[in-house]
Design a protein around this ligand. Sequence first.
Ligand code: C5P
Length: 223
Amino acid sequence: MKKHKVFIACDTTSVNKIKTIIKYTQNDKLIIGYKFGLEFLNSKNGRKYISKLKNIITFGDYKFSDIPNTCSSAIRAIKDLNFNYLTIHISSGLETLKAAKKVSGNSKLIGVTILTSIDDKSLKEIGFNRSIKNIVYRQAKLAKKANLDGIVCSVNEVKYIRKIFKKEIITPGIRFDNKIHDQKRVSTPKRALQNGSDWLVMGRSITKGNIKKNIQKLLNHLK
Ligand code: C5P
C-alpha cells in the first residue's frame, strides 16, 4: 500500500514538546516530516535544536516575504540548518522567487499561495478583488515560472491548479471534524488525498491531546 505523506506542524516553543511529538508520531505506515514554523524558529532554543536534527525530513516554514536581496540573504543565513523544505510567499513577486530559488541549494523551495486562514471575505478586506481560486491559479503559474519545487494551498484548489502545476502540492487546513480553530479553507485528510495532495500538513489535530491516538485516528480514517 502506498505510504501517505504527512508533515506534522510543530507549533510550540518547547523543545520537550517537539521531542514528544517526534517520539509519538514515528510510524512505518506513513512518511512523516516535521514542519517548524515561526513560533519555534523564533524561539530561544529553536535554531540550536534544529541544527542537531538528523535523519528526519525537516520543513522550515519561514514564509519569507521581502525584496529579492533580503529573501536570498535570509536563505543563505539558514543554509547550515539543511532544511529539506523551505517556504516563501509567492506574493513576494517573481523577482524575489527567482532570487530565492537561485540560492536555495538542496532545500526544496515551496511557494505559499493564499493562506488557508483566508476566505473570500478577508481577501476583499485586503483589497484583492479576484476569487481565491483565481489568485491561487495565477500564483501557481508564477511558481512554475520561477521553477519552485512545490506550492502550499488549500485542498479546495488542488484539482484546479494540478492542471498547470505538476510538482509537489502541500495542503494545510486538514481537520477530521468541525473544530477548525482559525482556519477557513479546511478539508478532511481523505478528501485532501483524493483531490491529489502530495503532502498533508497537520498540526493541532495531531499534536493536541493524545498524539499516538491521533495518529491511529488518522490511519483509521485513511483506510
Ligand atoms: O494546527 P493546524 O493543522 O491548523 O496547523 C497548520 C499549520 O500549517 C500551521 O503551522 C500553519 O502555520 C501552516 N500553514 C497554514 N496555511 C498555509 C500555510 C501554512 O495553516 N497556507
